[in-house]
Design a protein around this ligand. Sequence first.
Ligand code: ZN
Length: 304
Amino acid sequence: MPELPEVEVTRRGLAPQLAGRVIAGVAVREPRLRWPISTEVRSLAGRTVRAVHRRGKYLLVDCGDGHLILHLGMSGSLRVLPTDTPAGKHDHFDLLLGDRLLRLRDPRRFGAVLWTARDTREHPLLAHLGVEPLTRALDGARLHALTRGRRTPIKLLLMDGRLIVGVGNIYASESLFGAGVDPRMKAHRLSLEKARLLAASIKRTLRKAIRAGGSSLRDFVGADGNPGYFQQRYWVYDRAGLPCRRCGTPIRRIVQGQRSTFFCPRCQRQATSPSPSASSRRAGARTSTRRRAARRSRARASPR
Ligand code: ZN
């Protein structure tokens, strides 16, 4: 399923190809997507594309007096192609733009092509979306505030799009590893310090994925074939039983909310007693010095 990084890379690829172009018409070969393609979408001709924005996993094509809302669903991809490119079986929708077209291929038809003339922030699909993880709106304090009073496991909270958008299953596991947070920890137990680490880790994880996708831009802007998932090397995702890239402990797989979670039981150990005795505090100070040294040496062994 395309996740936020794939959608953002798609946006970056499409925006310069679409901006300023006049819509000559649309071609609808299969109107039965997640929702039927409306007559408003069919009568877009004459409008000029101003920009392409993103909110969560929705692409918003700004047409001046409204927005075309595109969603890739489970298996969709968007490409800019020469106008005379023959359509394949799953090429359900084209936006015609003079000498080129924007084509939606969506084999499983969970994608969406919608029109709204309203403020997109008020659209029923967009109004309840959570904070954008790559903006300044998500920082440690905001993430910490979102976890207050919530006893749900932290991993499931990260994946709740009403709180934070676009942190899918892969990126939730990766972000938690990056911050050393146990995915099973109850969200309300997240300290402010850990929330800061986790917010930074989420941004780092998503940016890394976007960078990985940047190199595949050519694959879906102009050329044939599907972009698929970005080729990435993961810290924990899909590595059950394999040694942790930091400490060598076998990575564990558990199921949370019907989805697989991967984590290192050593690097992501939950904090213990909140009020240690004086003696264990001293021992803790010694331990943390050793841990810092270990962390420095581990940092050199980061994945390529
Ligand atoms: Zn580890």
